[in-house]
Ligand binder design. Structure first.
Ligand code: HEM
Length: 215
């Protein structure tokens, strides 16, 4: 975790407005992606269920964000998953992937229409080919907040997500969501994995486009 500087108000000078050039390990995630080989293991009334899924992820650069001296670059995303050949969305998720060049901190936010928000954090080098973020219920810095039904029936105690970048312009993830299902003695590992293949390049962030540096 980074040390908070003495002066918490003054923003950095000469901020580069081209987000795509400042995303560190997140650079490879920018764009529009499709994954057709997803596998989900989910809790059911009986034995755990395995479900293949098709995923579409749109990850677009946002303008640089300053918290006083803290400078974050990031991507805003929307994920939508369906069962193969179906239209109905069974998993929808929006949020940000953020990178702090000064400290190597990665912040991943997840909001799901099940009634849950998560803020997961991790640490990486700018040239990392693999990175991981995690969140735990109860933390005020990388926590999990669920609406009453989910908190009572499927309490989410932890989430980790590991991302691996491949050399052929694709990437994979493995996500482990640890659920305490009401009435069950053991935690349930609701896992998801997929490999994403590029279907479009990202659109540069508004400030970069306005500056004329990028098309
Ligand atoms: C990250 C936090 C997540 C939480 C808290 C969560 C929670 C749950 C819960 C409580 C259930 C069981 C109740 C039900 O069937 O609706 C479930 C089922 C399921 N989840 Fe998740 N989930 C998460 C992420 C994901 C992801 C990333 C995927 C896949 C892309 C996914 C795919 C599924 C599937 C396929 C089912 C079975 C539902 C069905 O077949 O209709 N989940 N999830």
């Amino acid at each position: 975790m980074s040390e908070t500087p003495e002066d918490i108000f003054t923003e950095q000078d000469n901020i580069d407005v081209n987000t795509l050039a400042n995303l560190g390990p997140l650079t490879a995630l920018a764009g529009v992606w499709e994954g057709t080989k997803g596998l989900d293991v989910n809790p059911d009334a009986g034995a755990p269920r395995r479900q293949v899924f098709v995923e579409h992820i749109d990850l677009q650069p946002i303008d640089p964000q300053s918290n006083g001296p803290q400078l974050l670059y990031g991507l805003r995303y929307h994920t939508r998953s369906t069962k193969p050949g179906e239209t109905e969305t069974y998993h929808d998720q929006v949020g940000y992937w953020l990178w702090e060049p000064a400290t190597g901190q990665i912040i991943h936010t997840l909001t799901m229409p099940r009634g849950q928000t998560v803020l997961a954090t991790g640490q990486a080098t700018a040239d990392a080919r693999r990175f991981e973020v995690s969140a735990v219920r109860g933390s005020t810095m990388n926590g999990i907040s669920s609406a009453p039904f989910l908190e009572d029936a499927f309490r989410t105690d932890a989430l980790t997500m590991a991302v691996t970048l491949h050399d052929d312009d694709s990437w994979s993830y493995f996500e482990d969501t640890v659920l305490q299902v009401r009435g069950r003695p053991e935690p349930f590992h609701h896992t998801d994995r997929n490999t994403l293949v590029r279907i479009a390049a990202p659109t540069p962030n508004p400030l970069a486009r306005a500056s004329g540096d990028v098309g």
